[in-house]
Ligand binder design. Structure first.
Ligand code: DX5
Ligand code: ZN
Length: 220
């Protein structure tokens, strides 16, 4: 299985975003996690298309865009045009999940479905064979810097079992409260794409990425 680190720029310093991105790339991160919040699906508002366009011009990292917005189907084409490589939409926010996933693929992006902590894996049974990735929120979506919800570990394990039982090749991304201290726990449960914001963009960014990679390499 491939193990991938996706640093979340929600926790970057936006006065020198380019420099922060340069550092995570130099240290070996493969993805960049980009959290879009609309103040409706989640209480907070983050950033949207113009910033994504600038980031796309600046880096060739895989842009892993996590839409925490109502009716994400409205913006699929625009996010493709801004340079997203992967587009993940929330099960709870989307009226036509299958149609939206199809549109994401038609636009040449990889597609993912995200679940809030309280949403059961069971809702995925109809779409699991149509996605590249499932994103399990391991905190309530909306803010960086929260604590990992311990019940998530069993949910990751259950989802990995579902994926394996069906013989699928679906990535499991975990997002929220992931630190060096609980990284082994989520990897052991079956997560293979790791989002981390506050644990990466505080202190020595390059060293933080390297510390994560050492733990992830131990799993290969
Ligand atoms: C939260 C976002 C996360 C956030 C994670 O709603 O989806 O991607 O940036 O931040 P940390 O790693 O600090 O919990
Ligand atoms: Zn996210």
């Amino acid at each position: 299985m491939k193990f991938i680190l996706s640093p979340s720029i929600l926790s970057a310093d936006f006065t020198h975003l380019g420099e922060d991105i340069r550092q995570v790339k130099a240290a070996g991160a493969q993805y960049l996690h980009y959290d879009v919040m609309d103040g409706a699906f989640v209480p907070s508002i983050s950033f949207g298309m113009p910033v994504l366009r600038s980031v796309r011009k600046f880096t060739d990292l895989v842009l892993d865009v996590h839409l925490m917005i109502e009716k994400p189907e409205r913006y699929v084409d625009e996010f493709a045009d801004c340079g997203a490589d992967m587009l993940t939409i929330h099960y709870e926010a989307c009226e036509d999940l299958q149609g939206t996933l199809r549109r994401i693929r038609e636009k040449g992006m990889k597609c993912g479905v995200a679940l809030k902590p309280g949403t059961s894996n069971a809702v995925l049974s109809d779409v699991l064979d149509q996605v590249d990735m499932i994103l399990l929120m391991t905190v309530e979506p909306g803010f960086g810097g929260q604590s990992y919800l311990p019940a998530s570990t069993e949910k990751i394990r259950e989802l990995r079992r579902m994926v394996e039982e069906r013989g699928l090749n679906v990535d499991i991304e975990v997002d929220g409260g992931i630190k060096k201290e609980n990284l082994s726990e989520v990897l052991g449960a079956g997560a293979n794409v790791i989002v981390a914001g506050s644990a990466i963009f505080a202190g020595d960014i390059e060293q933080n990425v390297k510390d994560f990679q050492v733990i992830m390499d131990g799993r290969k």
